[in-house]
Design a protein around this ligand. Sequence first.
Ligand SMILES: [Zn+2]
Length: 120
Amino acid sequence: MEEELKCSGCGEPNLHHDRIEIFDRGEDAVDGLHVTVTYRQVKTDRNLSGNPSSRRDGLKVYFWCEHCEAITVLSISQHKGTTYLTQAVKETKQSIIVNDSNPLETIEEIINRCKGLSRK
Ligand SMILES: [Zn+2]
């Protein structure tokens, strides 16, 4: 099955994904792992707010559009043994920028941080 993903703002198919968020946790666990990848950088933290699944793992892919300001969000979430695919909590490019308060960690920073942990 292959189908074009269309912009949630204008309906055009010219989308580009530039940000992925992974939410990894056990069922109903309060704590888990949150990974964000964008522009050749990765950030990891324990903040599960924004997880599209209320009880398990989730994934979000963000797309910008060639024709309008909408940010289309494709979400994959698990709930009670079923996996849901949801397009598009529609956000604007401006709201993404405002909410992105923590700078992303570069690959080099992650490697250096991991090297520091292994010495302990
Ligand atoms: Zn659009």
